[in-house]
Design a protein around this ligand. Sequence first.
Ligand code: SAH
Ligand code: SF4
Length: 327
Amino acid sequence: MISFFDLTRAETARIAGGPLQASQLFKSVYQFHQLEAAPFDLSLPTIVQSFQSQDGTRRFLLRLEDGESMESVIIPGDDRLTFCVSSQVGCALGCTFCLTGLLGLKRNLTTGEIVSQVVLLEREGRRAFAQDRFSVVLMGMGEPLQNYDNVLKAISILNDDHGFNLSSRRMTLSTAGLVPAMERLAREPLFPNLCVSLTGATNSVRNRLMPINRRHPIEEVIAVIRALPPQRQKRVMLEYVMIQGETDSLEEAEALSEWIGPMRVKVNLIPFNPAPELPFQRSSDEDVLRFHAFLLKKGIATFVRRSRGGDVSGACGQLMKKSLAVG
Ligand code: SAH
Ligand code: SF4
């Protein structure tokens, strides 16, 4: 059976007998939460386990039809939830500071597996948080731009105004810097907020931490951002993991500010989330503060991400299909 969540409304219309039927199905599934739409398969991933963090974050270990597993996270906010969803099982890019990278790539998720994470989280959000407003960030397992077609199709299904009607401003895609795919994304009519994971502002540092930098060095990554039209460039955020003795020197901060120059992009500093498998330490609070202050002085809008969900392995870079017991 064809998964409903794999289909755009136009594709649904071809199978279900016309645009009117497709529109009704989209509304009943995505707006009225009815999980029945013959002749389609509406099954969701199975929740193997969920973990509630002290800070409210909830992590879900999900099993897919073929037995593979992946993770999604709900992060509650003041007026809406953030759904952090996966795009792949594992990741091929092998960043040395990331647990998902250690797994290697198992496979891409289908469009339906990406959309159905949102359907499942929306349901859990209403149930456990009494909140139906949400944003989606593609920052779970995987490199979304390595699964380009499925990810972009999922974004357009989530955006459909007969379905979730989620604005592109409520969707964020995070990439480690796959330059050709970033160029392609820049030309898409539907453009999500874009996070670019730099984590190092010089090629020597980045080469050591992110093998992708040897194929697409930082100057190429920055060039794509510079070439974006101003309306899109404003929606770019540079993510920068603060790793002790690796990325947190003032020389890196200086290099970062030079790459940014007059661009109005934001910077998000993410204190490294440690794990026994990873050979790094988090930067000290003083070093994070110093780096932060340096960028602010250069006039760059910089934020330090308060890491959430760390106690249940739900924080950035900690998604590794762990099924630890949480008291
Ligand atoms: N593959 C994409 C999206 C998933 S990773 C990307 O790399 O952008 C989401 C974010 O988590 C990235 O910015 C990444 O740099 C960060 N991250 C990975 N491992 C981390 C760790 N151990 N501590 C803190 N952040 C980490
Ligand atoms: Fe993959 Fe992103 Fe982790 Fe790098 S940081 S290994 S690109 S998931």
